[in-house]
Design a protein around this ligand. Structure first.
Ligand SMILES: [Zn+2]
Ligand SMILES: [Zn+2]
Length: 167
């Protein structure tokens, strides 16, 4: 059976993209290209047009793509979280908890609410990476973090200088 040119192109593209080093190269070239705001806007427009058309002409395929994009976003945010927490030691500074699902970032000298407002609800894990992992942050499990936030001190009774945020 004859395969169409499109199918052959897709197959060879898939084969090339299955090589991780090739993928890294393509992605980094693309990222660099998109640093140009004009090219970025143009690409955004092309994408939007493509998805608008897909939505009208092939709603099933559109839904599938949308679900995939959302899932990829979630995976990316989770990976970003893991990378940042690992960068800051991967353990709660207070109780040594290392289960990633229990961990988050803590502002060492308080001011968490203010900082969250400053970065306007942007993902803190991503923000930390983009800012070269600044000092003043540490990993805390949700228990220790909450206890310090509410009572100014964790019942694990390690030294902490933070002022309570709620009186
Ligand atoms: Zn803890
Ligand atoms: Zn604690």
């Amino acid at each position: 059976m004859m395969t169409s040119k499109l199918e052959r192109d897709n197959a060879s593209r898939r084969k090339r993209m299955s090589d991780p080093s090739y993928r890294i190269k393509v992605n980094s070239t693309e990222r660099k290209r998109l640093e140009d705001p004009i090219k970025r806007a143009r690409k955004q427009e092309t994408n939007n047009n493509y998805y608008q058309n897909l939505k009208i002409n092939n709603p099933d395929q559109y839904e599938k793509r949308l679900a995939k994009t959302r899932l990829n976003g979630l995976k990316q945010r989770r990976q970003e979280r893991i990378n940042t927490i690992k960068h800051y030691g991967g353990r709660c500074f207070c109780c040594n908890e290392s289960e990633i699902m229990f961990l988050g970032m803590d502002h060492i000298n308080g001011g968490g609410n203010k900082h969250r407002k400053e970065i306007k609800g942007k993902n803190i894990y991503r923000w930390l990476r983009m800012n070269d992992y600044p000092d003043g942050f540490r990993v805390a499990c949700h228990n220790c973090n909450m206890a310090i936030g509410f009572y100014g001190k964790c019942p694990h009774k390690r030294e902490d200088t933070k002022k309570p945020q709620v009186s």
